[in-house]
Design a binder for this molecule. Structure first.
Ligand SMILES: C[C@@](CO)(OP(=O)(O)O)[C@H](O)COP(=O)(O)OP(=O)(O)OC[C@H]1O[C@@H](n2ccc(N)nc2=O)[C@H](O)[C@@H]1O
Ligand SMILES: Nc1ncnc2c1ncn2[C@@H]1O[C@H](COP(=O)(O)OP(=O)(O)O)[C@@H](O)[C@H]1O
Length: 269
């Protein structure tokens, strides 16, 4: 079985308050984008995991695909599989790539072994892996709250627009990003602003990670400004960075403007 775990962007990200468990309550819009890994899960004599493409920091045995398999294997009889991951989505990039791989592994195993795990239950499993992992089960635009693992509908009209994702190659860990911010409830309601036309978003739809991370890494602010200078209707950092995105009315050939960076561009679903 071959699946393509895709990245997400955060459109707006309010870090509302610190929770007693050390995590933060957030408010954001998760939106799927087409930048994808390739994940092959097939029946095998013995369990194996192999990753190609962008090198993944840490031990291969800690890969989130393996964690997903081991988690389901505790509750269901799973025979061995061979998992092959082709890593294309930048890592530590605010794109949720590792979480997507784990969520798609849950979906693949559910199908391959006909486990009959409902979508709600798959989300429950995914929440155990990471805060943004559950989003990738349904993989549709949502408003998220609490740890970023609870979802509600969102009224947002950007389908069909052109998106450019620029990754300047700075690896920012999620822990590093959260440790730099002071949580504060937003004065403006994110869902209300996102329901307005995109021309109304600039200056109102904010990512609370930007202030500290732009001060630490000026290249991020410069890249966001460059996206605006190329005509973006809205530009921002995704999640805990370091990927910036720009949303454009029509197609743009962004590659020549960012020759040194990893880049993905395409149409928003
Ligand atoms: C920041 C966001 C925004 O969408 O994503 P990325 O930009 O990393 O993709 C998410 O909140 C990241 O979600 P995820 O990457 O799944 O984080 P987790 O593995 O659950 O947590 C890693 C660490 O981040 C911090 N953390 C995470 C989520 C949250 N709501 N509050 C936190 O304080 C905690 O220190 C935690 O130990
Ligand atoms: N399949 C995977 N893909 C990417 N990172 C993984 C994977 N499995 C485990 N990891 C670990 O998770 C960390 C964060 O990964 P990632 O999801 O790319 O971050 P972000 O959500 O900030 O984009 C990596 O530094 C890596 O050590």
């Amino acid at each position: 079985m071959l699946l393509f775990p895709n990245a997400k962007i955060n459109i707006g990200l309010n870090i509302v308050e610190k929770r007693p468990d050390g995590f933060h309550n957030i408010e954001s819009c998760f939106y799927p984008v087409g930048w994808s890994d390739a994940l092959e899960v097939t029946l095998a004599e013995t369990f194996s995991f192999h990753a190609d493409g962008i090198s993944i920091p840490g031990n291969a045995s800690d890969n989130l695909c393996i964690r997903a398999y081991e988690m389901l294997a505790k509750d269901y009889h799973l025979s061995p599989v061979k998992i092959h991951l082709l890593k294309t989505v930048p890592i530590g990039a605010g794109l949720g790539g590792g979480s997507a791989d784990a969520a798609f592994t849950i979906k693949a195993l559910n199908q391959l072994f006909d486990l009959g795990i409902s979508v709600d239950e798959q989300e429950q499993y995914a929440r155990r892996i990471g805060s943004d992992c559950a989003f990738f089960i349904r993989n549709k635009p949502v408003y998220c709250f609490e740890k970023g693992d609870q979802f509600d509908t969102i009224d947002i009209s950007i389908s069909g627009k052109w998106i450019v994702l620029v990754n300047p190659g700075i690896h920012i860990s999620t822990v590093e990003a959260y440790s730099g911010v002071v949580a504060k409830r937003s004065a403006e309601d994110l869902r209300t602003i996102l329901s307005q036309p995109i021309s109304e978003w600039k200056g109102h739809v904010k990512n609370d990670f930007e202030a500290t991370l732009f001060a630490k890494y000026p290249l991020l602010a410069e890249t966001k400004e460059k996206l605006y200078s190329l005509g973006a209707e809205y530009a921002a950092m995704s999640g805990s960075g370091s990927t910036l995105f720009g949303i454009f009315e029509g197609e743009l050939n962004a590659k020549p403007h960012f020759p040194d960076f990893r880049l993905w561009q395409g149409i928003l679903k």
